[in-house]
Design a protein around this ligand. Structure first.
Ligand code: C5P
Length: 402
């Protein structure tokens, strides 16, 4: 959980900052709002206080007991100002500290994200351009406004970006690039094993969990390749990683083994077929001839990667388990962790509502001895961040002990 100070200035888009506050809080962060006096003409104190659970002061004279004019700036891990008016940009550029937001901006040593919103003419005015340049030169992150409908009937650049976009930019600043310089290869999706040129044996994996793992690693500065087995390309749009497409378990194995030779972190999130037709027909099998399949086992790619693990390499596997007569899902997962020997085995129980597709996930991370080292629940992105965080932690510990 990070501590976020959210400055709101007096633009009409202040109402969108309410949604931004909600998104940042729902992402698990502690948010304190600092509205300017003009922001309160748009959205009142009660809204900011009720939604943040903190007092929302404007002036440095409202609470003088705790030196709030200094305290909020030192408290914050991140300062976001959204919307930022032309006037705020000018005051920040000049270092004018005549209210609580102004003092907080000068005190803060954390990353600062400023999200301007104003009419196009104001945004394009040389005074504003110069102020933005000063702020950027100082290391303040200034988002480009969106282009679209403005307050009245006019439209152009100057519109506040939508709250989810601002929240994503804010959260990206919170993530320290602890994996910078680290090479990561992640497999995702489900393999398809051909029966004939038109049929295959496949599985229900969408690839979402592996995609989110790749994204989470990239967000922490890693150089990532995603080896995608039959993943819908719409899910890959905008993903900041190199993607290699494969279809079969054999192709996936070949690519993973090649990339793992110089990777620091290897994640096997793909659902690999355990069996494939021993021989695929090179022509379409006709319905009236009948179809008897002889299956052969595919090699266990994860086990192979563990066996070839380079010194210092972290190998992560996944295990989706259901219970049966022989044991609970957890017991199967613990046995698998010991059998596979990965540094981390991310186990989730599969049921109608958990595991596959666009549904929340709930995982337990086990070490190679089958002992629990961490848990995570939430969206696949939340789980991915937790897994990558655990990998980073493991690598930190490994570095220290050597
Ligand atoms: O044995 P099981 O398939 O449940 O193990 C799951 C883990 O092993 C996943 O990380 C999956 O990517 C990997 N796996 C593999 N090669 C196989 C089967 C599974 O690497 N043939």
């Amino acid at each position: 959980m990070a501590r976020i100070a959210l400055g709101v200035t007096g633009g009409i888009a202040a109402y969108k900052a309410v949604l931004l506050l909600r998104l940042l809080s729902e992402a698990g962060h502690d948010v304190r709002v600092i509205p300017t006096a003009n922001a309160l003409r748009m959205v009142g104190t009660a809204t900011w206080e009720a939604l943040s659970g903190h007092p929302a002061h404007t002036s440095v004279f409202e609470d003088t007991t705790g030196a709030e004019h200094v305290e909020v700036g030192t408290w914050a891990d991140l300062l976001v100002v959204a919307p930022a008016t032309a006037s705020f940009l000018a005051r920040a550029a000049a270092g004018i500290a005549d209210d609580l937001l102004g003092t907080t901006y000068l005190v803060a040593t954390c990353p600062v994200l400023v999200v301007p919103a104003m009419h196009t003419q104001m945004w394009q005015h040389p005074a504003t351009r110069a102020n933005v340049q000063v702020l950027r030169a100082r290391g303040t992150h200034v988002l480009e406004p969106a282009t679209g409908r403005l307050t009245g009937t006019d439209s152009g650049p100057g519109r506040l970006p939508e709250p989810p976009e601002i929240a994503a930019a804010a959260l990206a600043l919170l993530a320290e690039p602890v994996l910078r310089g680290t090479r990561v290869v992640v497999s995702a999706g489900g393999t398809r094993e051909p029966i004939d040129p038109v049929r295959f044996i496949g599985n229900r994996s969408s690839g979402r969990q592996g995609i989110e793992i790749a994204r989470a690693a990239a967000q922490l500065g890693a150089e990532v390749e995603l080896v995608a087995a039959n993943v819908d390309s719409a899910l890959l749009a905008g993903l900041p990683v190199v993607v290699t497409h494969v279809e079969t378990a054999a192709q996936l194995a070949e690519r993973m083994v090649t990339r793992a030779a110089d990777a620091d972190i290897v994640v096997m999130a793909a659902a690999v077929a355990d069996f494939r037709p021993a021989a695929a027909s090179d022509h379409k099998v006709k319905k009236d001839t009948g179809l008897a399949l002889t299956l052969e086992q595919t090699p266990d790619i994860l086990a192979g990667l563990v066996a070839r693990r380079r010194p210092g390499q972290t190998v992560v596997g996944f295990a989706a388990e259901t219970g049966d007569d022989a044991g609970t899902p957890r017991a199967h997962a613990e046995a698998k962790a010991r059998r596979k020997g990965a540094d981390l085995l991310v186990f989730n129980e599969v049921s109608d509502t958990k595991g596959f597709g666009d549904v929340p996930n709930d995982v337990v991370m086990l070490d190679a001895a089958g002992s629990e080292v961490a848990r995570a629940a939430g969206s696949k992105a939340d789980v991915a961040r937790a897994v990558i965080h655990e990998v980073a932690r493991l690598r930190g510990v490994a570095r220290m002990s050597r």
